[in-house]
Design a protein around this ligand. Sequence first.
Ligand code: PLP
Length: 375
Amino acid sequence: MYYFDNAATTKVLKEAADEARDCMLNLYGNPSSLHKLGLEAENKMTASRKTIANVFGCKEKEIIFTSGATESTNIALFGAANKGKRKGNKIITTEIEHASVKHCIDELENMGFCIVRVKSKDGRYYADDIIDAVDENTILVSVMHVNNENGLILPVEKIATGVKNKNNNVIVHVDGVQSFCKLPIDLSKSKIDLMSVSGHKINAPKGIGALYIREGVKIPPHSFGGDHEHGIRPGTESLPLIAAFAAAAKINMTNIQKSINHYKNLKSHILSRIKDNDEIKLNSKENSVPYIVNISIEGIGSEIMLHFLESKEFCVSSGSACSKSKKSGVLPHMGYSRERELTAIRISFSMENSKEQLDMLIDAILQGQKNIMKK
Ligand code: PLP
C-alpha cells in the first residue's frame, strides 16, 4: 500500500521501535523504584523528557507524559476550567477544533460554562477576533495550531500574546498535534500556557503524548493516584512508549527543514497537476501547512473515491480519522459548501512519500474521476 494518511497516524520509525523494545527487555524497572533498575529507567525517562522539552524550547519540568493528545487536552481543559471557575466562566475556542477538544468544550458547556466559538472569516481565523471576545469573565482560550482536515495554520502565538495583554488571568491552551515536530516552535518566548501533543503523528507508537504546562501555571489533576508526572497524570509511566516518543521526536526535529522542503515540493507538484482540472477544487488555502492537502472531486463522494483509491493500493482519508464516516462540519465552517465537504479527500505526507508515488496517486484520482459514476 502507498500510505498518504499521515495526519491520521504514522508508521513507527525503526529507531523508535528499537528504543521501545530495548526498554521492554532491558530497562524494565519502575522509574519510581529506588534500586539500580529503577534508577536506569528513571534516567532514560529524564533523557526522554529533555528531548521533548527541547522540541518545545521549554524546561523538562514543564513536560508531563500522557497517553496521547486526547488525555492531555482533557487534563488541560477541565483543569483550567476548574481552576478558573471562581474568577469567571467564559471559555473561547473556534468552530473547527478536533473532536478531542470540541467534546471537552461541549461537556464544559453542559456543566454551565459559557462558550464562545469564534467564526472564521474568508476561511481563516484571525487573532483579533479571538482577542476581541476576551473579557474580565474569560478564564480559558483553546485553539488548534494546525487544522487536521485541511492544514490551515492558526496564529496561536499572536492569539496568546493578545489574550494575555488583555487579561493575564486567562489560560491559553493550544492543540499542537498537527504541528508538533513539523513546524518550529519556541515556547520559551511564547505566552502559551498549555500545549497538547501526540506521539503517533510523529512516527512514535500510539498511546503516548505529552502536555506542556508553563512553569507557574497550576492546574488541578483530572484523575487521582500517585505523584507521577507531578500528580497531574498519576500512574506508572510507560517508559517504552516514552523512549520511543523521544527517539521519533529527535529524528523528526533533526530533519525538520528537509521535511518541510520535501512536503513543499510534493504539495506544489499536486497543485500543478490539478490546476487545470475544473472539477478538482483545493480546500487548503495558502495559509496552510505543506504536508496536508485537502481536495474535492466534483460529484464523487469522499468514501467512494477513498475506496476506489484503496483498490489501487492508496490510503488517503475522507476527513478527520476520528469522525470516520460522520462528517465533522469543519470545511463548511471555513466557508466551503456542504458539497465540497461531502466530496473532500485528505492527502497527508510523510518522508516516505516520493514524487513518483504522488504521481501514481494523482493518476489514480484522475482515473477515478473518469470512471466512477457521478451522483
Ligand atoms: N488534535 C488533533 C488536531 C488531531 O489531529 C488528533 C488526532 O487525530 C488529536 C488531537 C488527538 O490525538 P490522540 O490520537 O493522540 O489522542
